[in-house]
Design a protein around this ligand. Sequence first.
Ligand code: PEP
Ligand code: MN
Length: 341
Amino acid sequence: MVVVIKNQANEERLVKLIDFLKTQGVSVHESLGHFQTVLGLVGDTSRIDIDTIAGLDIVETVKRISEPYKSANRKFHPDDTVVTVPSANGDVKIGEGFAFIAGPCSIESEEQIISVAQSVKKAGAQLLRGGAFKPRTSPYAFQGLRSDGIKLLLEAKKATGMPIVTEIMDASHLDLFADVDVIQVGARNMQNFELLKELGHTRKPILLKRGLANTIEELLMSAEYIMAGGNENIILCERGIRTFETKTRNTLDISAVPVLHELSHLPVIIDPSHACGKSGLVLPMAMAAAACGAEGVMIEVHNDPANALCDGPQSLTPEQFESAVKKVMCVFDAAQAALQM
Ligand code: PEP
Ligand code: MN
């Protein structure tokens, strides 16, 4: 349920209303928007009499939220959420401008991750990605360097000052992620509800990828799991879904960006690398992301794609990435200008 408060409502009466609502067994989320204050009520709202609340003179309207996702719902929080990634070199804000997250699929060695980190930083990436725990289809394929991989990623963070993003596959590994800046939940774990609940108890930004065969509503329900635990720092990521098409690794659902923006206040990024599986398709899809209003992209970059231990065919070289950043930013600026017309 959302309670929309009238502009210039008396502060004391608003506090009284919030206190009253809390006594009704719901939690109250106050969203102070640019134009409106909205109270979002989460929990069992069946005891609350809509007409009584709607009749109060500080209340403009009361609406029930029919969608099963509440905290992630745009009705609950009309303004866009900006996720802040704290960093010693200046916080990164996902949702302001256009962000680039870049790095190899897998961390392979100290030289590799530091060299890629330096290149992507120079090219304009704000965040460094690198997989340590890798979800591979085959148990015989390279599984990632696991905890050693995280140590190397932390070395790259120290060397470049870039905040880091890496994937968690099991809640029991959470201690290893203490100095990781953004925790990624991969496509295969989007509905690992026990993991999502644990992440809800942290306050770390979570990069939540859409599952291979999950709907947009299911993605938002997974975000809701994390938010229900009190962690609202979520970045949604569209990374392609399974369809009958075989020319690309997955099918990038670019329309998920405006659809998610309509339904939710959370920032949305695109991963063109896993969506397409081919390095030649990364730039056009990243440009499409910038044109359709995504808040950023996550791109796989490898110093030697031909010899990468994982996902070489979809990885850009540092030079290709540098050129892609410039082109994608041209599209982003043009799209922003077009929207002002
Ligand atoms: C990844 O980002 O390295 C990854 C495994 O992605 P996804 O979960 O989208 O397949
Ligand atoms: Mn990969």
